[in-house]
Design a protein around this ligand. Structure first.
Ligand code: FES
Length: 111
């Protein structure tokens, strides 16, 4: 039995501004993760949803990268690009609470 309904990893890796790979932290992932944690706490999801920061998830060009793992999710997880607070809220409401993947925010599968 899984420990959490959903386990969410947010890439907060930061590279130098001049690094051509870019990084999720430079695209605002820290603030998005903070909002994710606070809103999940407000919704009483503590203990059911776990939010962790992560190092580089090797999807830098598609970031800010977030991956959600859950018992009802595909084994490889559900990978999202979340750029705004509104997009984070959509994932919380629809996926973490409602159990439905937000297809429009999914990252494309790597080739
Ligand atoms: S820096 Fe976030 S996926 Fe690589």
């Amino acid at each position: 039995m899984p420990r959490f309904d959903h386990h969410v990893f947010v890439c907060t890796n930061e590279r130098a501004a001049e690094d051509p790979k870019g990084s999720c932290a430079r695209k605002g992932s820290g603030a998005l993760q903070q909002h994710l944690k606070e809103r999940c706490h407000q919704l009483g999801l503590k203990g059911r949803v776990r939010i962790n920061n992560a190092g580089c998830l090797d999807a830098c060009a598609l970031g800010p990268s977030v991956v959600v793992y859950g018992a009802a999710d595909p084994p490889e997880g559900v990978w999202y690009t979340l750029r705004t607070i509104e997009e984070v809220d959509r994932v919380i409401d629809q996926h973490l609470v409602g159990g439905r993947v937000v297809e429009e925010l999914r990252q494309p599968r790597p080739a």
